[in-house]
Design a protein around this ligand. Structure first.
Ligand code: HEC
Length: 204
């Protein structure tokens, strides 16, 4: 009676040990992303496991990334994100006039119809292309580049400050595993060629 049970137990302990070894190896591989001096790796890491990608899809879908990084259009039921341009950022062909000056008072911020450009005391910010396009999106970003951006609020963790309304102080609190999941998912979505403009400084 006890022997088959003991054998099963030994077998599942072995399976567990193998699984955790594999997880450790994957983690080590992710941590050792080689970054070139400008912080951008030359080779893509191997694809992440399906469960990690799914976790990332779930976080992106429930954390509002599409609210700002996907251009909104007028649909039958009102404004909605145009998912054919999912997470591709402020459309390069949408050139905006300077924002109208606001009167003195409590109103401080203006939003373009696409919800991808925002004017406020910081100037005008345009949402980034989060797709894996290599020239215009995050295609060449390492996991470390992505994690450091969300954690420090600086481009690649050491460049210019990321402007409002990007809620990096919120997303910077995600665990390392969840940040890796978001990064892994973003690598699987369609790459869209869309060059987002640099922010405009405050007027005057
Ligand atoms: C309320 C609007 C808003 C939401 C929600 C939002 N973002 Fe952003 N995001 C922005 C804006 C605007 C910028 C550009 C800021 C700038 O140019 O300084 C930006 C920039 C970024 C950058 C930096 C790109 C770079 O080149 O440095 C990353 C990465 C990013 N967002 C990821 C995300 C992810 C992932 C989510 C969802 C978990 C998300 N954002 C949700 C508005 C938003």
């Amino acid at each position: 009676m006890t022997r088959p049970h003991a054998r099963n137990h030994a077998r599942s302990a072995l399976a567990l040990a193998i699984a955790s070894l594999a997880a450790t190896a994957a983690f080590a591989a992710a941590q050792s992303d080689p970054a070139t001096p400008d912080g951008v790796a030359g080779t893509s890491p191997p694809p992440a496991p399906a469960a990690v990608v799914e976790r990332g899809r779930y976080i992106v879908a429930t954390s509002g990334c599409n609210d700002c990084h996907t251009p909104w259009v007028m649909g039958e039921k009102g404004p909605e994100p145009d998912m054919s341009r999912m997470l591709s950022g402020h459309p390069s062909d949408m050139k905006l006039p300077p924002p109208p000056a606001l009167p003195e008072g409590p109103w401080t911020t203006l939003t373009a119809a696409t919800n991808t450009a925002f004017a406020g005391p910081w100037g005008v910010s345009y949402t980034a292309n989060l797709t894996p396009h290599e020239e215009t999106g995050l295609g060449l970003w390492t996991l470390a580049n992505f994690r450091d951006t969300l954690r420090t609020g600086k481009h690649l963790g050491r460049g210019r400050d990321i402007l409002p309304p990007m809620p990096w102080p919120v997303y910077g609190q995600l665990t390392d595993a969840d940040i890796e999941a978001v990064y892994s998912y973003l690598r699987t979505i369609p790459a869209i060629d869309n060059q987002v403009p640099e922010p405009d400084p405050p007027a005057g």
